[in-house]
Design a binder for this molecule. Structure first.
Ligand code: MN
Length: 349
């Protein structure tokens, strides 16, 4: 991986606290996936933007467990006020404070991490912000709203792209990953999302990484029975991560199953009793052998007779959750067969 450090803001001694942006060279890393740190940053941004404090608590704990520093998370939550507003940011910061205190009370000492590098009070924020924004976007800025209401453009330059970006701690890519995740979580911000996907790509975030951020940001928030635990017992029969939350195992087995985007199970057959699927969140597919795939959305029901060869799973770009009901029968068991080929699956939208 080629890291290149650019020091911006060479406008004299006033900005000796340099604005340091770290860029990666993009083209050679077309298949690069998000690393653990970046996934945690995206997840934290998404739950902050959603205002989902329960899941944010889990995401903050996971981020700290995985090695994010206290200062990295603080910087992310501070930056997010520019995109989700003070209310969401302050709620998340208060939540984070409680998470850190709770961990301290449990004897966990999380690393504080490197300190931010704020601009000097008399730094030329207008120039620093303009240069930073041009580096990020790869082009001179020219939006009609900036002419109509110049003060908002001044605030964007002096505050967001100078004060906040100058603080370091997070790289420019990490900051854009947080921004894209937040904007993808919110509604009505499609224009800004498109703009920031463009910025992210311009500074080296790959198409695959963008797809992962969007998947994280669009995890169904409405999983009625919870995500549950990684579906380890059946992992070898699934094309990627899935999650299992048993709803009840009395009288008959009823399970909540959630598939990450693009994940499906192998072709398989339920013997003894059949299976009923109740789609509850996201978008997915069911296909019976010899038939066309059927798109599934919340509220759709699939009746699968015993002996029917089939598969089910998520759409390529969406999480998917269904309740799976094991219809009682004699000697119930699943017979797992070959994977759904990429050639077949890639035809699905
Ligand atoms: Mn099945």
């Amino acid at each position: 991986m080629n890291y290149k450090k650019l020091i911006l803001g060479g406008t004299g001694v006033l900005c000796a606290a340099a604005v340091a942006l770290t860029f990666t060279g993009g083209k050679s890393m077309a298949k690069q996936q998000l690393n653990t740190k970046e996934k945690n940053i995206a997840t934290i941004a998404s739950y902050t933007a959603a205002g989902d404090m329960d899941r944010l608590t889990d995401a903050l704990n996971r981020g700290l467990d995985d090695g994010l520093t206290v200062n990295e998370i603080k910087e992310e939550l501070v930056q997010l006020y520019a995109y989700c507003g003070f209310p969401r940011s302050l709620n998340a910061i208060t939540n984070f404070m409680n998470v850190v205190r709770d961990r301290e009370s449990r004897g966990i000492t999380d690393p504080v991490g490197v300190a931010p590098t704020p601009l000097a009070p008399d730094a030329d924020r207008e120039s620093i912000g303009r240069e930073t924004r041009e580096k990020l976007t790869g082009a001179p800025f020219n939006a009609a709203y900036a002419t109509f209401t110049p003060v908002i453009d001044t605030f964007l330059k002096e505050h967001l792209f100078a004060d906040i970006f100058a603080r370091g701690v997070l790289t420019a890519q990490e900051r854009e990953i947080a921004t894209v995740a937040a904007l993808a979580t919110m509604t009505g911000t499609e224009g800004q999302l498109a703009g920031h996907i463009g910025i992210a790509k311009n500074i080296g975030v790959t198409d695959e990484q963008i797809a992962e951020i969007l998947a994280i940001a669009r995890t169904p928030r409405d999983i009625l029975f919870g995500l549950g635990a990684p579906n380890d017992a059946n992992a070898r029969y699934f094309s990627g991560p899935s999650y299992l939350a048993p709803i009840t195992t009395e009288q008959m087995g009823v399970f909540n199953v959630t598939f990450e985007p693009g994940v499906r199970n192998n072709w398989h057959i339920h013997h003894g009793g059949g299976q009923i699927l109740l789609a509850t969140a996201g978008r997915g597919y069911y296909q019976a052998w010899g038939e066309s795939p059927r798109e599934l959305r919340p509220g759709d029901v699939v009746n699968i007779p015993a002996g029917q060869k089939h598969w089910h799973g998520a759409a390529p770009d969406s999480w998917f959750t269904h309740i799976a009901i094991e219809v009682p029968g004699e000697n119930n068991h699943a017979q797992w067969l070959e994977p759904v080929s990429d050639a077949e699956y890639s035809k699905l939208k």
